[in-house]
Design a protein around this ligand. Structure first.
Ligand SMILES: [Zn+2]
Length: 400
């Protein structure tokens, strides 16, 4: 593996963070400043990664384990690793004050961006990155599992296929190029959604149905929506047609249940009670899941590449051209997805955190000792409930 020889690191700004509101939006912002003035604390850099993966440790996993409902959990991650996209790093890359490309003076700039000297990121953006990391790890761990939980696989794979870059494109010539067939398909899906979808009330069933109806029309040569030649030619390949058939079958065989699925602002699916998938859909998942996962990872890796450089001894060396924490996390995703590490999801249903057990500890099913104890205690309570008069084993728990 190329990364094992070269290694990789990211020098990220890492401060102490708080969540504050500015202009009606929530931000994660550092207490330190960049640049600092008049005795303010200066934001400092920290070298991250440094081949953590060789010790079976991944910042990717730490990110996926952030509890997005708990602001303390968000701040804890940032205090350790900084922001996935540090605004102070972006400023270093492009010094000066710009508003939509226009050079402005600092006072004008600061009136529009009051946090501009603090390392900051919108909380919404941070959560979006967490959700993306969770999708990757959930899909990967289901695919590696001895007995796949298809409903769980579906819950994370479908948004990965359809919504990974939701809100990312403007559907004009400035949109970044799509490299993989999965992302080309998604671009097509989002394009149709953009034209015909209702953005105020989201409904997975309506979005799927609208897409299938439009695609049928294109198949018949009717032009109901604006479709480019790129999108039309996509369906000349086999794989995008398989993806389309998967969605058609989903409507055909799982219609009633699809109607009940809720979708939130991060495109996470909330499945109804007792949700189960048809045999047909499971078959599609078996055939498509690995390809979707690898395409989505490949697509984001387009931003990341190795470069040649001259090192401190004047020798030609190679390194990864990484500027932001999230780019390093993408390299970890590559290393993790292609390596034979052992990714596990904690068996405590109230936890569900990911972890990589150390070699020789592959039988470990809980992320921590605490989770193991909590599950044991819960089982004990259940048994007690079923049979309240049963003799307790420990003297301390004897019935009074
Ligand atoms: Zn746990």
């Amino acid at each position: 593996m190329i990364t094992s020889d070269i290694g990789f690191w990211v020098d990220n700004y890492v401060g102490t963070y708080q969540i504050i509101e500015s202009e009606g939006k929530k931000y994660i912002a550092s207490k330190e400043f960049h640049p600092a003035r008049n005795g303010e604390a200066e934001l400092k850099k920290k070298r991250l990664f440094m081949d953590l993966f060789k010790n079976n440790e991944y910042i990717l996993i730490q990110l996926a384990n952030v509890d997005t409902k708990d602001e303390n959990s968000i701040v804890r991650f940032c205090n350790e690793y900084g922001l996935p996209y540090s605004s102070s790093k972006i400023d270093d890359e492009r010094p000066g004050c710009y508003i939509m490309g226009l050079d402005v003076d600092e006072r004008t700039y600061s009136s529009l961006y009051p946090l501009y000297r603090q390392d900051n990121m919108q909380v919404y953006e941070f959560k979006r990155h967490v959700v993306s990391a969770q999708r990757i790890l959930n899909v990967k761990s289901e695919l590696e599992s001895q007995s796949i939980n298809y409903e769980n696989l579906f819950r994370f794979l479908l948004p990965m296929l359809l919504y990974e870059r939701y809100g990312f494109y403007d559907f004009d010539a400035d949109d970044p190029e799509r490299c993989t067939e999965t992302m080309k398909f998604q671009y097509y899906f989002l394009n149709v959604l953009n034209k015909v979808g209702d953005k105020t009330i989201r409904s997975l069933a309506c979005e799927l149905f609208g897409f299938v109806v439009e695609t049928q029309a294109i198949g018949k040569g009717e032009n109901k929506v604006y479709v480019t030649d790129e999108l039309r030619s996509l369906f000349q390949n086999e794989y995008p047609n398989e993806l389309y058939k998967f969605l058609v079958d989903l409507i055909r065989y799982d219609n009633g249940q699809i109607n009940e699925i809720k979708i939130n602002e991060f495109n996470e699916l909330q499945l109804p009670e007792g949700f189960h998938l048809s045999v047909e859909t499971k078959k599609h998942l078996d055939e498509l899941a690995s390809n979707i996962l690898s395409d989505i990872i490949s697509e984001s890796l387009q931003r990341v590449h190795p470069i040649m450089m001259v090192d401190e001894n004047g020798k030609i060396a190679s390194k990864w051209d990484l500027k932001y924490l999230y780019e390093g996390i993408l390299v970890e995703t590559l290393v993790m997805a292609s390596g034979d590490n052992n990714l596990k999801k904690c068996a405590n249903p109230n936890c569900g955190k990911f972890f990589t057990p150390n070699p020789g500890r592959n039988d470990k099913i809980y992320c921590s000792h605490t989770c193991g104890i909590n599950v044991a205690k819960r089982r004990q309570r259940m048994r007690d409930k079923e049979n309240p008069n049963r003799e307790r084993l420990e003297p301390g728990f004897r019935n009074r």
